[in-house]
Ligand binder design. Structure first.
Ligand code: ADP
Ligand code: MG
Length: 574
């Protein structure tokens, strides 16, 4: 079996009992519906036409039996409808949960090449039709196959000739259906892609809404959106056109079949090869032959709709996270924080130039190392290799003498704290945001961390103190305040290795001093990598490395490097 098919079917597994019960109910319902016309035939033919001793009594009895069956069918059908839809929805929820979990595993490189809107679309809209497919699919197949075969057998025994006449129409119907089905599918797939484009566009514009407004470019954004919106509209129209051809064609053919039954059946009665109850039986059952075709086509459409969503789901699920634990990866117990780079080379993509080449560095636990160099030279890249946000292309990095590829990711990242220029705060309270650094931390621990990060005072001045909802209207934190919250997070996390990547670059002079102060407290007794924009903030560094295109250009203390009068001196005197 194709692996995607196997995967598709595997989602039934947790609900197999329910699923089989539903199928049994579906068969029961189909069987009951096949019985009604037989009862009617019995009344018209056996009781009325051929004559029955107690005709009136028999009609009442048959009526009572049919009523009982209707009640039974209602109960069974209620179960199928309610539990069936629930089954589909549960399976859809499982898919969604799995995709979300997979998103969490994918690495920075994956996200570098993705648009958030498209990823959201795959998780929401695209999976919407899965529920319908998962339960209606098998249920409709079972119900309508049973009905089709049942009706066919009954009609063949009533009158084989007339049955074959009806059958002549079915291939035409089938060919017609297949053609338009294919076109509808194409339109559906395009719809999904373009819906994703719309989402991506909206996400892009809304994330940058402040830039849009500051440039007064609302009209440009409206025009960009209109383009995506119109593309989506065009593919919707195309879909509807084919859908209309399809359903109207099928409807007309269906009517033609009924006409054929009346004409051929009427002629049969005139020639006495058929009687009136036979014709009534045919008219009652002919729908049972046509309806399945309708349903199969509907199923084909549902299937396509579901499958395109499932394919878009699988496209992501089949991307193996490129940074994962090796099978032999270990958990680090107590970490001192020695970091060693040995001949590290790195490129973002196989067809890109190397950003770093031949980097060797030995940083002892507790060292304070500054990384400087002109913009775009690779400082951020160098530091992002330590927590394995990206995998080194050549060479290796060691933490306490263990190759970081041999350390469990969770263990490695627990031991490295990063403070960046951009601070991301999640929806929720100040307390929850700080506690992100150590889920489950007590209130005292959180307050302690906030105090160390110089954040306690300003937090107390917020409307609800630590319980102030940051996402709420009316609460705006300044850059410096946000940065102090992010430092409090790292205090709580308490990692032996730290990376400060231009943590104060976006701040004004006054906040910079406060934040710098909390950073220095944080750095005490930890191995610290500092990338700093303003060289004044790193003068105290025990060692400074100057990064250039060729790799590490110079290294030493501030004084030594000034003495050298090379790249560092040039940067410093800029
Ligand atoms: P710095 O932090 O020193 O300013 P970076 O490490 O951010 O420099 O970038 C180094 C080089 O790598 C730059 O040329 C930049 O364009 C490139 N680069 C940075 N991030 C990525 C990425 N995610 N994908 C591809 N190239 C990148
Ligand atoms: Mg940078």
């Amino acid at each position: 079996m194709n692996p995607r098919t196997r995967k598709f079917l595997s989602y039934y597994k947790p609900y197999l009992g329910l699923f089989l019960t539903l199928m049994a109910c579906a068969v029961t319902s189909a069987a009951i519906s096949l019985l009604y016309p037989l009862f009617i035939r019995y009344i018209t033919k056996t009781v009325l036409v051929e004559g029955f001793a107690d005709a009136l009594g028999q009609i009442y009895r048959v009526g009572a039996a049919m009523t009982a069956l209707i009640l039974l069918q209602a109960v069974v059908q209620f179960f199928v409808d309610y539990r069936g839809h629930a089954l589909g929805a549960m399976m859809e929820a499982d898919l969604r949960a799995e995709l979300f979990a997979h998103y969490q595993k994918l690495s920075f490189s994956f996200y570098d090449g993705q648009r958030t809107g498209q990823l959201m679309s795959r998780l929401t809209n695209d999976l919407l039709s899965m529920a319908e497919l998962y339960h209606h699919g098998p249920e409709d197949l079972v119900i309508y196959t049973a009905r089709f075969i049942g009706a066919l057998v009954i009609l063949l025994t009533v009158n084989a000739q007339l049955t074959l006449a009806v059958f002549l129409f079915l291939p035409i119907l089938a060919v017609f259906a297949v053609i338009f089905n294919k076109r509808m599918n194409r339109a559906l797939k395009r719809n999904k892609e373009r819906m994703g484009d719309i989402n991506a566009q909206v996400e892009d514009t809304l994330s940058g809404i402040r830039v849009v407004k500051s440039f007064g470019n609302e009209e440009t954004e409206i025009a960009k959106f209109a383009r995506e919106n119109n593309r989506f509209l065009a593919s919707r129209k195309d879909g509807y056109k084919n859908e209309a051809y399809f359903s109207e064609g099928v409807a007309a053919l269906t009517q033609l079949i009924t006409v054929a039954v009346v004409v051929f059946g009427g002629a049969g009665i005139v020639r006495a090869s058929l009687d009136l109850p036979d014709l009534i039986t045919f008219l009652l059952y002919v729908g049972y032959l046509i309806e399945p075709i309708h349903k199969f086509l509907h199923f084909a459409m549902q299937f396509q709709e579901g499958i395109t969503g499932f394919e878009r789901f699988m496209e992501i699920m089949e991307i193996e996270p490129d940074i994962v634990d090796s099978p032999t990866a270990i958990e680090l117990e107590t970490v001192r924080g020695d970091i060693r780079f040995v001949n590290v080379g790195f490129q973002y993509h196989a067809d890109h130039d190397y950003v770093l080449k031949n980097i060797s560095l030995d940083v002892k636990a507790g060292d304070y190392l500054a990384v400087v160099g002109s913009s775009g030279v690779g400082k951020t890249t160098l530091c992002s290799l330590i927590p394995r946000f990206y995998e080194v292309t050549e060479g290796a990095i060691y933490l306490d003498g263990v190759n970081i590829r041999e350390i469990r990711l969770s263990s490695l990242r627990k031991n490295v704290g990063v403070v960046q220029q951009d601070v991301y705060l999640f929806a929720g309270t100040v307390f929850e945001n700080i506690r992100y650094g150590k889920p489950g931390a007590s209130r005292e621990e959180v307050i302690e961390a906030a105090k160390k990060a110089n954040a306690h005072e300003f937090i107390l001045q917020l409307p609800q103190g630590y319980d102030t909802d940051i996402g709420q209207r009316g609460v705006r934190l300044s850059g410096g305040q946000k940065q102090r919250l992010s430092i409090a997070r790292v205090f709580l996390k308490d990692p032996p290795v730290l990376i400060f990547d231009e943590a104060t670059s976006a701040l004004d002079y006054e906040s910079e001093k406060v934040v710098q102060d909390s950073l220095e407290t944080l750095a005490k007794n930890r191995t610290t990598f500092v990338i700093a924009h303003r060289l004044s903030t790193i003068r105290k560094a025990k060692r400074i490395i100057v990064l250039a295109d060729r790799g590490i250009d110079e290294q030493g203390t501030h004084e030594e490097l000034l003495e050298l009068d090379g790249a560092y001196a040039r940067l410093y005197n800029l």
